[in-house]
Write a protein that binds this ligand. Structure first.
Ligand code: SAH
Length: 451
């Protein structure tokens, strides 16, 4: 194992627009070995970096990280001598539990630094043209949490921004009225601030009380006279939303368009080299452990999408868990070095222990979600364990589905992109303009969507 000392960066990723990242954060994210990111961080942002990416957000099933497990995971990577980025939505110190992670790092004697991010309230303010302070109108601002409702605070500030208001707007307004706020108090709800699907509602607490529409998370509630500054044709709302399937969308001017990327797994000319060296550096002599068939399939697409030659993995040991994974890997022309009978994490550990597998650099391709038991037990056998994210699933996949209600135009860069899009979205709403790169793509689009 490396003698290098690990180092941790606690980084604020900003509120959503991937460009609202500091220059420092961007530099660091290009340098680190591992990025642990939470559910408020966009896949587009994380997708720009080559590090090993581990999603620590909540999922609907039980396999998400609890805060303790996140702390452990950060420390585990750092102790292996890696540079680790802990990437959090907004700013790490604004309702971000940054403090808890840092306390844990201190306890383990791991060095770190903190890179601030633009907090959601600031993002929402700039992207709706609702100032947080205004001379003679609002001279103080407070950031509060709206959760839990029964403990909601109403500080004496001209502008109050409530985070975590993901229940119904009416419940929140009733709670605030109960705490003494006037029904005439001006309010705004900003959902998905700085993202293509940003939505703003403005009115009064009284109006909001009778509005039973659910607040879509993430959302902020802003209270105060500053709301009167809101205008319907605010700069961000005026832009057209274009969904670009396949290329970088350089042809769309950023002054006029909000660009939503729909990746189509096309190779970028400059990707291959970077990722190859990354794989070689980080995982030279690894034991790849495939726990199921989708891990196998996605791993090979991952290699292909990233331009990685299988020869680069000549020193790797291929290990499969269960007959199905073994059969799947054979289809890809690889005869596994080791076929475990086991399929459950418990049995995998037992079998590996019996085989005396120790001192290995075990890499587990998959969705990047970590099975804590597997990690702990394999680590206890003196192995180093890493999760390689080769596909997204669960919350991130669902969240990242583009909401076509917000889209004005779709651009297809190739026939393959139109096909991929068609697999995920059966139809394209009438009001959306469709443009294509060339006549071939146009023909494919027509065939698929206008038969
Ligand atoms: N550290 C983050 C806040 C994390 S708490 C920050 O500084 O912004 C999570 C809450 O942040 C959400 O419930 C929501 O209230 C708010 N939030 C985060 N991103 C948001 C966005 N793009 N639009 C609206 N609210 C957002």
């Amino acid at each position: 194992m490396s003698e290098k000392k690990g180092y941790v960066y606690i980084i604020g990723a900003g509120p959503g627009d991937p460009e609202l990242l500091t220059v420092k954060a961007e530099r660091v994210l290009h340098e680190v070995d591992v990025i642990l990111y939470d559910n408020l961080v966009s896949a587009e942002l994380v997708g720009q970096f080559d590090a090993l990416k581990i999603y620590t957000g909540k999922r609907k099933d039980k396999h998400h990280f609890e805060q303790d497990a996140i702390n452990e995971e950060i420390v585990r990577h750092a102790k292996q001598g890696r540079k680790v980025a802990r990437l959090k939505g907004g700013d790490p110190y604004v309702f971000g539990r940054g403090g808890e992670e840092i306390a844990f790092l201190r306890k383990h004697g791991i060095e770190y630094e903190i890179i601030p991010g633009i907090t959601a309230a600031q993002g929402a303010s700039a992207y709706t043209e609702i100032p947080l302070t205004i001379r003679h109108v609002s001279s103080s601002v407070a950031f509060c949490t709206g959760h839990p409702l029964e403990k909601i605070h109403v500080p004496d500030a001209d502008t109050i921004v409530y985070y975590m208001v993901a229940s119904s707007a009416s419940e929140v307004s009733r709670a605030l009225i109960k705490k003494g706020k006037e029904e005439t108090t001006k309010v705004a709800i900003v959902q998905n601030a700085t993202r293509y699907n940003q939505k703003v509602f403005t009115g009064t607490l009284g109006e909001l009380k009778n509005r039973d529409k659910k607040v879509v998370s993430p959302a902020l509630l802003v209270l105060g006279e500053n709301i009167t500054e809101f205008i319907e044709d605010y700069w961000f709302g005026k832009k057209k939303r274009v969904l670009i399937a396949g290329d970088r969308g350089d042809r769309y001017e950023k002054e006029q368009y909000v660009i939503v990327r729909y990746p189509c797994n096309e190779l970028r000319e400059d990707d291959g080299e970077n990722i190859c060296t990354k794989i070689e550096d980080t995982f030279a002599e690894m034991m790849l452990l495939f726990c199921d068939t989708s891990a196998v399939r996605s791993f090979f697409s991952y290699l292909q999408e990233n331009g990685i030659d299988i020869h680069d993995l000549v020193d790797a040991t291929f290990c499969t868990a269960g007959i199905a994974a073994s059969a799947e890997i054979l289809k890809h022309g690889v005869l596994p070095d080791l076929c475990l009978d086991a399929v459950t994490p418990e049995d995998i550990v037992r079998e590996m222990a019996a085989l005396g597998i120790t001192g290995e650099n075990i890499v587990i391709p998959g969705s990047g979600f970590c099975n804590e038991m597997l990690v702990n037990e394999l680590t206890a056998l003196s192995n180093s364990v890493t999760f390689l994210q080769v596909f997204f699933e669960g919350a991130i996949g669902a969240d990242e589905r583009v909401d076509l209600d917000f889209i004005d135009e779709i651009y297809f860069s190739s026939p393959a992109c139109a096909e991929k899009f068609r697999r995920n979205y059966k139809t394209i709403p009438e009001n959306i303009t469709v443009t294509t790169a060339d006549t071939k793509t146009r023909a494919m689009y027509k065939k698929l969507f206008k038969p």
